[in-house]
Design a protein around this ligand. Structure first.
Ligand SMILES: *[C@@H]1O[C@H](CO)[C@@H](O)[C@H](O)[C@H]1NC(C)=O
Ligand SMILES: *[C@@H]1O[C@H](CO)[C@@H](O)[C@H](O)[C@H]1NC(C)=O
Ligand SMILES: *[C@@H]1O[C@H](CO)[C@@H](O)[C@H](O)[C@H]1NC(C)=O
Length: 328
């Protein structure tokens, strides 16, 4: 069961990271500060969520030593949030690309940390078009590119085969990567499959899902709650099909429910819940709030909760069940 505690007593918003992250492919070109502002706003509003943001100047880092000025300013802005990790995009052509060109791209991203005027340090690499097969040559190729990233001060390594790893290959690939996207598909496909069939057993915490063409009217909460319920490493849904808009990000972030025991915010008795907490509460399938001094509080349509003598409030969310969960 999903739930979280709202603990009173201290003064500021705590930044405890929810165990499921948002893996955001951010492939738009930042023309000016407004292009990526939905990302800045979501990161600031949800300090409890880790945002792993994939940047992609030119199907990789591009040919120049550093990106252009608007890109630099925008990556530096992302790095200003402690709950954002900026990850560089590199395609591997399903293990067919010349490995030396991949190492050059890794070296370029790694070198961004030498830029002096702004902090454009990259924290990891997203290897797109990753192989999934149980083939020794391909497995050692992915091990080599992962080691190259990690030994270049790019510790977070993500592989994107976009589909479930072939039987027998999961142990090796998951050893080489911190996160593997095992389901990248349309929202409508997601609603027709059984999620547990699509993710390698025992690796849920290192697996991610990316859903595209998810209309903004779709049930984002159901998907996010299911990802959290499965304990997936990361998840994201977008209404587009090319990762060039972040229109859906605020909806994805607002759908997150804190894990049991996470501290999502705090203040003194008599004060008002931080708005980030209120919006989380109001947007989830919560029906009751149990606490020591209050028996039941209905939170449907709550905009502000004023606390008086309450010491601890525990919010219990209704766990989401995938429509096909019974099919297995
Ligand atoms: C860019 O936008 C963010 C918030 O959306 C703001 O915090 C930041 O100061 C802006 N940067 C510039 C250079 O205007
Ligand atoms: C620059 O950003 C990286 C990644 O977010 C961070 O680890 C590092 O501490 C930052 N460096 C400075 C000097 O702020
Ligand atoms: C790293 O950046 C410096 C400039 O600060 C440049 O001289 C050097 O060639 C760059 N190295 C790589 C691998 O891009």
């Amino acid at each position: 069961m999903l739930g979280f505690s709202y603990i009173l007593g201290a003064l500021s918003l705590a930044s405890v990271v929810s165990s499921t992250a948002i893996l955001l492919p951010l492939y738009s070109w930042p023309e000016d500060n407004s292009t990526w502002s939905p990302v800045y706003k979501a990161a600031a509003a949800h300090p409890d969520i880790l945002f792993q943001v994939i940047v992609n100047p030119d199907s990789g880092p591009g040919e120049t030593t550093y990106p252009d000025d608007s890109y630099i300013a925008s990556v530096a802005q992302l790095n200003s949030y402690s709950n954002v990790e900026v990850i560089g995009y590199i395609p591997t052509g399903y293990g067919t690309r010349d490995i030396s060109s991949i190492k050059t791209a890794i070296a370029t991203y790694s070198n961004w940390s030498s830029y002096k005027a702004e902090n454009i340090t990259i924290s990891g690499i997203f290897f797109d078009e990753a192989p999934r097969t149980n083939d020794d040559t391909l497995i050692s190729y992915m091990q080599e590119v992962s080691e190259s990233a990690k030994s270049s001060s790019l510790p977070t390594v993500v592989f994107n085969p976009g589909t479930k790893l072939e039987t027998g290959s999961a142990a090796e690939y998951f050893k080489a990567a911190d996160l593997i996207v095992e389901f990248e598909n349309s929202y409508s496909t997601w609603t027709s499959i059984v999620p547990a069939d699509e993710i390698s057993d025992t690796y849920y915490d290192k697996a991610a899902i990316l859903l595209y063409s998810a209309p903004l009217t779709a049930d984002y909460e159901a998907v996010v709650h299911e990802a959290q319920g499965m304990g997936l490493g990361a998840a994201y849904l977008t209404n587009g099909d090319d990762y060039k808009t972040a229109d859906s990000l605020s909806k994805v972030a607002a759908s997150f429910v804190q894990a049991d025991g996470d501290t999502v915010g705090s203040s003194s008795a008599g004060s008002t819940l931080p708005s980030a907490v209120v919006s989380t509460v109001a947007s989830t399938a919560v029906s009751t709030v149990a606490s020591t001094a209050v028996s039941t509080v209905t939170v449907t349509a709550v905009s502000t909760v004023t606390l008086t003598a309450i010491s601890t409030v525990t919010v219990t969310a209704v766990p989401f069940q995938h429509a096909n969960a019974q099919a297995k």
